[in-house]
Design a protein around this ligand. Structure first.
Ligand code: ZN
Length: 503
């Protein structure tokens, strides 16, 4: 590149020297003909003309005595003319032939001198014209186009598609082209030996057509049961330019693991050039299939005891054991949880009645209810190893008190506990031991009256009531005498759901 400039400058200097030479020659000539500022016409008398004669010769150059010609342009000499005559006789002028010496080569830069000479009757005259061949035409740079446009990935170095430079005077100047990068364009510059400079640009388009790669961890289709565990399995996004874009991934859609349905999660990430990558995941939250109820053969009494274990539960278990009667305990979290082991060991069914049994708390929301219910399920499981799904709502499914805390919650819970795989039981015989029946006889009487005429009875009692526990032996004896079988509840037992749900 530097060499190129040196070469050019050297040639320029050379040209200037030549031009200076031209001027000098002019000066010399004007010195030899003092008094003539423009030596385009010369007319002189010969020193020794024959007697009676006084010859004169006039030589006139047409056009400028100093011409500048562009390189390669055809030179047309406008020439000169000469006339001779006898001044003494006043004869007519006659045309005299003009000799031209010197040539102009417009294909070679430089200064040329043309000399016009004429001779008449011993008089000789000459004039000179200088023609300077110059180059004022800049070179031409031609860029080879990129086949698919001059696109660059961000940070990518442009791979030159090629170029050439030619100059009318210097010919091929490709090797002298200086190429540099200037932001989003390439700059090509070249100067010819006369210092004529050309600059062209190649506009580059920095573009990233490559979208990020969005990958989902886990399955694209996931099935869980209502109430089951849901957690986003994760995802990652990486981009060729922006790198890790995981933090930029937008997830639209949600999964409610507590409500059956098909959920679609859409993941989207956009890179800095607006390229979008999307992915989808389908999550099917399936409701549990309710077990088929099998009606028992013969006359059956299902004794059920709520709200224990209590200080009376141990006694109750002894009574039941005495007659080998199996019952069902809808337990809450009490100070007698150690009796859970005895209940299970006695072959009874263990069932859930919520951990706190506090209406205000459990019926505040579905979420609160399940939190309480699952907490008890865990306690029972940890103690007994039994993962029971049998349950009863505090107050039964038809309770009205829940309305005070959350309107409509019972209707929703009835569906959602079953969606989550729980089997809930109400009752069709109420001992009223939590109401007005506060003696063993009254409890016994209510149970007896309730059971009569039913093929199967789900009897509500509370083992937190001493008199209710005391009534059990009489109930068993009466039942056995009257052909009833006592069975514990299981998931296929009659549920005796109340039809008069009030909230
Ligand atoms: Zn209860």
């Amino acid at each position: 590149m530097r060499i190129g400039h040196w070469k050019c400058w050297w040639l320029v200097v050379l040209l200037l020297v030549v031009l200076a030479g031209c001027v000098k020659m002019e000066v010399q000539e004007s010195t030899s003909a003092p008094g003539e500022t423009m030596p385009s016409t010369e007319s002189d008398s010969v020193t020794t003309p024959p007697a009676g004669k006084m010859y004169e010769l006039e030589l006139t150059m047409k056009g400028s005595e100093a011409l500048v010609l562009e390189f390669g342009q055809e030179f047309r000499d406008s020439g000169a003319e000469a006339w001779g005559w006898d001044a003494a006789s006043g004869s007519e002028k006659i045309s005299v032939e003009v000799q031209i010496t010197g040539t102009v080569d417009s294909q070679t830069l430089g200064c040329y001198t043309l000399t016009y000479s004429a001779s008449y009757q011993g008089i000789e005259k000459s004039l000179q014209r200088t023609v300077t061949v110059v180059d004022t035409t800049a070179p031409v740079i031609t860029l080879v186009p990129d086949p698919e446009g001059s696109y660059l990935l961000p940070g990518e170095v442009y791979q030159e598609a090629g170029f050439s430079a030619t100059d009318a005077c210097d010919g091929d100047l490709t090797d002298w082209v200086v190429v540099r990068s200037d932001g989003d364009r390439m700059v090509y510059q070249v100067a010819d030996s006369s210092g004529n400079q050309t600059t062209v640009y190649r506009q580059l388009i920095v573009d990233d057509p490559i979208p990020p790669v969005l990958e989902l961890d886990g399955e694209l289709e996931i099935e869980i049961f209502v109430g089951g565990f849901w957690q986003e399995p994760g995802f990652s996004a990486a981009d060729n330019v922006d790198g890790d874009l995981t933090g930029m991934v937008q997830v639209s859609g949600t999964v409610d693991p507590n409500t059956a349905g098909e959920y679609v999660l859409t993941y989207e990430v956009v890179d800095g050039f607006g390229n979008v990558a999307t992915a989808q995941r389908r999550v099917c939250v399936k409701a549990a299939t309710p077990p088929v109820v099998v009606e028992p053969n013969g006359k059956v009494i299902y004794l059920t005891f709520d709200d224990g274990p209590s200080e009376y539960t141990e006694r109750l278990l002894k009574i039941l054991a005495k007659y080998d009667v199996k019952a069902t305990f809808f337990v809450i979290n009490t100070d007698y949880m150690h009796l859970i082991d005895d209940i299970v060991a006695g072959g009874h069914s263990i069932a859930l009645h919520t951990k706190s049994h506090r209406y205000q708390k459990i019926y505040a929301s579905e979420e609160a209810f399940f939190e309480d219910l699952y907490a008890l399920q865990d306690i029972v499981y940890d103690r007994s190893g039994v993962m029971t799904t049998l349950m009863r709502f505090p107050g039964g499914s038809s309770n009205r008190v829940s309305k005070k805390y959350c309107v409509g919650i019972m209707s929703r819970l009835i569906k959602s506990v079953q969606d989550r795989g729980f089997v809930f039981f109400d009752w069709n015989v109420d001992s009223d031991d939590a109401g007005s029946a506060n003696t063993a006889d009254a409890v016994f009487q209510n149970v007896k009256d309730g059971v009569k005429g039913k093929q199967y009875s789900v009897v509500l009692q509370h083992d937190t009531r001493k008199y209710s526990v005391e009534a059990v032996e009489k109930i068993i004896l009466w039942g056995l005498e009257n052909g009833y079988t006592f069975l514990p509840l299981d998931s296929s037992s009659p549920t005796c759901h109340h039809s008069w749900v009030a909230n």
